[in-house]
Ligand binder design. Structure first.
Ligand code: C2O
Ligand code: CU
Length: 498
């Protein structure tokens, strides 16, 4: 009898213990399920950053005179200065000098055509989806376009289905190096080649243009590294004494070093913003975060030798000079340029000492369920997607944001529609040129304080540009109080921005 009772008791205890684990787990699993269709407006936790605004989602919907993102377009009339059709296709992608991979193209190539505009130009791009079965959009990475032109499926538009088209119109207000890419199932489509570059040149009268002005888009297709779609070394013609501007674009998901060997160089711009009084450096590399850009400026050596612009491990490089001229080797420099102290300070266009809103974007990682899948997932401010912050601002606000990362990996953080200036890193204040970014490499254990002016109303993504991380929930949004989006994630159009 005693034995039986003990046995029963053990069973009961075991059952209770199991239930104590399984029931909460089941609840966590259930609570993590993301609905098939949802509006980002209803998503996450409202964060007012110390400013006024609705304290809950219901309050947001009630905002009188809510402005739809659909109304926040570029100019709808006027003859474009730059007009182009970009046709997206899915299928075989033969890499120049390399294998054929399964991928995507714009106008038959990847990268798609380079778009060149002059500051102030009205740009009109018609996106045609020829054969991308999951649908496609175009996001203008780093161009602070009006919200309706931002190209985010499910937030600013519906994904364009096969046979469909969508017209983007915006004024290229800011000079600089940018790129464009699909923002529908972006973690597959961008990796697979659905991107291109966009350069906005200054008006001719303003600056003496360099003799050579070339884009260097670095991309790995299925493990094959390329520059402008070409495998291995790429030669570009320049003569002794020429000035050259090489616009390096990191279109991959991880950070990348770039440098010039064979001549001193300076970092003339970062993320489309000029560096104030950049100085020459030598035997030094500069880090370009995923999605980021740097413009390198140099003068070709007088002796006629070539210059190497390296990227990543060095084998992928651009050789500038007369074909077959002597060129330096592929060694990666030991020194790395710190943009926190590079160049000369200049006044900021807004006062960062008394911000209207202060936000935290703290990235961690913990076990849990993401849409029902168990795993180690990214957290923002301690919570898993979709319980991520919805940062609310009002037009005209000066905003500071503290980006902190203790997740064990690096995250290239990208805020749409705005450029932010770096105020400090790990508590050390910036002492160089104003360091403006739209994409910022936040390493494990690092803390950055950035500031921006809320001057572009809309609903904007603020996410990790290691695109698989975004697909794993490292996504939040910045929204302007009183703006709403009629688009939904999921839904009939199968919008999946990440
Ligand atoms: Cu380069 Cu959200 O994008
Ligand atoms: Cu990340």
């Amino acid at each position: 009898m005693v034995n039986v009772r003990r046995g029963q008791l053990r069973l009961i205890l075991a059952t209770v213990a199991t239930a104590a684990i399984v029931v909460p787990l089941g609840w966590m699993w259930y609570a993590s399920l993301v609905p098939e269709t949802y509006s980002v407006m209803d998503m996450g936790i409202i964060d007012l950053g110390g400013g006024p605004g609705p304290s809950d989602h219901a309050g947001m919907d009630e905002t009188p005179g809510a402005l739809s993102v659909d109304t926040l377009t570029g100019p709808q009339t006027g003859t474009p200065d730059v007009a182009m059709t970009l046709t997206a296709e899915q299928g075989d992608l033969p890499l120049e000098g390399g294998p054929t991979v399964d991928g995507y193209t714009f106008n038959g190539s990847s990268p798609g055509p380079e778009i060149r505009a002059t500051q102030g130009d009205l740009v009109e791009v018609t996106l045609v989806n020829e054969s991308v079965s999951e649908g496609v959009t175009i996001h203008w990475h780093g161009v602070d376009v009006p919200n309706a032109e931002d190209g985010v499926a499910g937030v600013t538009q519906d994904a364009v289905p096969t046979g469909g088209e969508h017209v983007y119109r915006f004024v290229a207000d800011d000079t600089g190096t940018y790129w464009y890419h699909s923002h529908q199932v972006s973690h597959e489509q961008v990796r697979g080649g659905l991107f291109g570059t966009l350069v906005v040149e200054p008006r001719a009268a303003q600056v003496e243009p360099p003799a050579l002005d070339v884009v260097m888009a670095v991309h790995g297709y299925d493990g094959t590294d390329t520059i402008n779609g070409r495998v291995g070394e790429t030669w570009v013609d320049a003569e002794a004494g020429d000035t050259a501007r090489v616009r390096v674009v990191n279109t991959d998901s991880g950070p990348m070093l770039t440098w010039v060997a064979g001549a001193p160089y300076r970092v003339a711009a970062v993320d489309g913003r000029d560096v104030n009084k950049p100085t020459d450096v030598e035997d030094t590399a500069v880090l370009v975060t995923a999605g980021g850009r740097v413009d390198l400026e140099l003068t070709m050596p007088a002796d006629g030798s070539a210059v190497r612009v390296g990227a990543g491990g060095g084998e992928t490089s651009m050789l500038v000079g007369q074909d077959e001229a002597d060129a330096p080797g592929t060694d990666v420099p030991d020194d790395e340029l710190d943009l926190l102290s590079y160049g000369t300070p200049a006044p900021l266009p807004f006062d960062v000492t008394a911000p209207d809103r202060e936000f935290d974007y703290t990235i961690g990682r913990r076990p849990g369920f993401l849409d029902g899948r168990p795993g180690m997932w990214w957290t923002i401010n301690g919570k898993l997607f979709p319980d991520v912050p919805m940062y609310v601002v009002a037009e005209g606000d000066v905003v500071t944001m503290t980006l902190e990362n203790s997740s064990g990996q690096v995250h290239p953080m990208h805020l749409h529609g705005h450029h932010a200036v770096v105020l400090s890193r790990n508590g050390i204040e910036a002492t160089g040129s104003p360091w403006w970014v739209d994409s910022l490499d936040v390493g494990d254990g690092e803390t950055y304080e950035i500031a921006f002016l809320a001057d572009n109303p809309g609903v904007w993504m603020d996410h990790c540009h290691n695109l698989p991380h975004a697909a794993e929930g490292l996504v939040a949004h910045l929204m302007y109080d009183g703006v709403s989006t009629p688009y939904v994630v999921g839904g009939e159009d199968d919008n999946h921005p990440e």
